[in-house]
Design a protein around this ligand. Sequence first.
Ligand code: ARG
Ligand code: ZN
Length: 430
Amino acid sequence: MDPDIMKTLWILFVLLNLDKGYCTKTHDQVLSITPKTQEQVDIVKNVSTQFETVLWQPVSPHFIKEENQVHLFVPANSSTSVKGLLEKNTITYEVLLTKADELMAMQTRDNSTDPRSSSSFYERYHSLEDIYDWINRTIQDSPNTANLILIGSSYEKRPLYALKLSLNNRPNKKAMWIDCGIHAREWIAPAFCLWFVRHALLHYGKNQDITNILDNMDVYILPVMNPDGYLYTWTTDRMWRKNRSISNSSICVGADLNRNFDANWCTVGASHDPCSEIYCGEFPESEPESQAVADFLRSHKDSVQLYFSIHSYSQMLLFPYSCTLDEAENHKDLLEMAKEAVEKIQRYYRNNYKYGAGARTIYLAPGGSDDWAYNLGIKYSFTFELQDRGQYGFLLPPFRISKACNEALTAVKSIALRVIEKTQVARSSV
Ligand code: ARG
Ligand code: ZN
């Protein structure tokens, strides 16, 4: 062969391989897997526990069922073996997120570059330090409206700060509570708490709904209920869910704070195993974070009428009970309020949310804050699962924050207004 052609072919060969090497760089991915038989269910359960993967949906392998989509985060280094195993067993899967690592990098970019006053501050995710900073500046900028309340501290002794928004001192004033970020990896939740506060402070006196709400209710907001876990998702493991408490019986760290409340604590739907994502803790309120929230609500139960806990993802508006299949005593009211809120989201934002009692809408999940608050006497109690449905899951990109928060805000306001209406009617009829 002509040496020139040989040379050209050789260069081509090298280039092609270089290119291939570049294209096949493995990434962290999220797979959507649908097991079709019991045998496949067992294999998927094994994959999720044997390999270095993180189950996104359902929350624990125990809930994996035939024909139900499983969302599994697969780090680059286990990608080949996981896919190989699925393919070998002819289990159908599709790649939901091809480059999860790049999305993760996107989420932490520029998180502290903008001044707080700029709207884009609220369209980014923020580190724990920045959120503490934001809390401080918020109370300094609105000293007559926003007050700081220290409700306790986390396992690693970080402060649990709540904000109290109060526009007047009417006697017998009622209140609502919102907590965000009980689960560490659900970053859109703290983002929502910040979004809500900004909306309230900026639009009081201008937007009729928020004005009406704040005229009638104080609002307590806990932006990060699980600061240790949240920090850990920024520094070490983006997929962390639980808090960071150390167990004396196991090397596994953390309890699921939303299984640690005293509502049919640790019955079916939670686990006594410290290594489980739904570990209920040693005893009800064993964790300082859940205890702090429970203490605060106990001491304010005469004023707090409405409770919200903000989570992600899956787009659902849930209400009690999650800890039993029994119907709540005011089920009809709750259903009607949730329906109205979800219809507004549909109308204004063209997005679908499911709604209903927790246990019947997703699964039995005892020890949740919403059920506990409900049993304490806060008869309007909701858990909100924000965007999305799994396209991005916990890695919802910053450009989606605005719509996700606005639709949730619409629903929260709709429900708060109904609660005000109902309780005013009740008061004026005595
Ligand atoms: N995804 C949430 C969780 O698993 C749902 C919470 C619903 N309420 C409840 N009390 N479990 O914690
Ligand atoms: Zn959650």
